[in-house]
Design a protein around this ligand. Structure first.
Ligand code: SF4
Length: 362
């Protein structure tokens, strides 16, 4: 059996870890050794002096949802007095606000609202594309796609194809949580099953839409289930190569029906490091600073991350669960610079936007 050092050396050099080896490293490796191996891998994969970020906004267009996940403080059931759905004009106002600040990516995401038909999204995306051609629509989630497929009695592939034709360029990896049936039954029994999540992602990727993958950890899953999540993502990536990035973030328990304790900073860093090493076929690992905060986001740049995510100008879902972290472009750039890197703006496809001046320049 290889030693932990041999496993770390192999993974740092881009070699593949088996499930058992990944779990061994996750459970037993010293955190600093794990981080050093992940950092070495990141340095070999990307320009060592650069950390990227995207100027984006999240517009939570509706909080009405028929899925009722126990870890979610954002949703309201149908006909609840606090339920809302934004008008197209309201969404467009928010897109304008973000575009005026240089946003190149818009994430329009919300609950699974059965009142909304596919034409509602097609019309909205066409308007965004017409009025703000400089922004990429990186929007919805697998849950919303499956919800629309039910409402319209259409295959999910056709829903994706119609939305793509209307201007949706890319599908975010939201709603993956932990792609293990036991966990989903406990925390989101009405949500799409692991094979459905992977199936819709595969369809989007085969339609030529870039996608990301996420992991929400820290609810009820075991360490082995975290590695299992990484493993099913790695398998799909082997098949399609359609994921641009992996974004692990931890569950914020404060205002949700599913109680629990927030993951610690050390746990967050351990998950990042094992993700960088295990997902040998993913190009990018993103620091999700929204739940752990900017200071942990800065540390993440030494545990395998090469990207700081986005400015997330108006996010509501994680905010409602008790997270109060926010960041401007200047905030993101300052923590990148103070970590010893050069911030570079990118777009949804990871094209570097060297024509966009930095907020900290001058
Ligand atoms: S996490 Fe998403 S799908 Fe689940 S209840 Fe909240 S809004 Fe609905």
């Amino acid at each position: 059996m290889p030693s932990l050092t041999e496993l770390l050396d192999r993974a740092a050099g881009g070699g593949r870890l088996s499930f058992d080896e990944g779990l061994r490293l996750y459970d037993d490796a010293d955190l600093h050794d794990l981080g050093a191996a992940a950092h070495a891998r990141r340095m070999a994969m990307h320009p060592p002096d650069v950390v990227t970020y995207v100027i984006d906004t999240t517009i939570n267009y509706t909080n009405v949802c028929n899925v009722h996940c126990s870890f979610c403080a954002f949703f309201r059931p149908e006909h609840h007095r606090e339920g809302y759905t934004m008008s197209h004009d309201r969404v467009l106002e928010r897109v304008k606000y973000a575009a005026d600040q240089g946003a190149t990516q818009i994430m329009i995401q919300g609950g699974v609202n059965p009142e909304l038909r596919i034409e509602w999204f097609e019309t909205l995306f066409e308007r965004v594309g017409r009025e703000y051609p400089q922004v990429d629509i990186h929007s919805l989630s697998v849950s919303e796609i499956v919800g629309l497929a039910h409402v319209e009695a259409l295959p999910t592939r056709e829903v994706l194809a119609r939305l793509k034709a209307a201007g949706m360029k890319s599908l975010p990896g939201a709603g993956a949580e932990i792609l293990v049936e036991r966990v989903r039954k406990r925390i989101s029994a009405r949500k799409v099953k692991p094979h459905e999540w992977l199936g819709v992602m595969r369809e989007a990727q085969l339609l030529g839409m870039p996608t990301t993958a996420t992991m929400m950890f820290g609810s009820i899953e075991t360490a082995a289930e975290r590695i299992e999540h990484l493993d099913v993502l790695r398998q799909l990536q082997d098949e399609t190569g359609g994921f641009t990035a992996f974004i692990p973030w931890y569950y914020v328990p404060y205002k949700t029906p599913l109680r629990g304790k927030e993951a610690t900073g050390l746990e967050y860093l351990r998950v990042l490091a094992i993700s960088r090493l295990y997902l040998d076929n993913f190009a990018h690992l993103q620091a999700s600073w929204l739940t752990p905060g900017l200071k942990m986001g800065q540390l993440a740049l030494f545990y395998g991350c090469d990207d700081m995510g986005g400015t997330i100008i108006e996010e509501q879902v994680v905010h409602d669960a008790g997270s109060t972290n926010e960041a401007t472009r200047r905030d993101l750039e300052e923590i990148i610079i103070k970590a010893g890197y050069r911030p570079v703006v990118r777009d949804t496809y990871w094209n570097l936007r060297s024509n966009m001046p930095l907020a900290t320049a001058g």
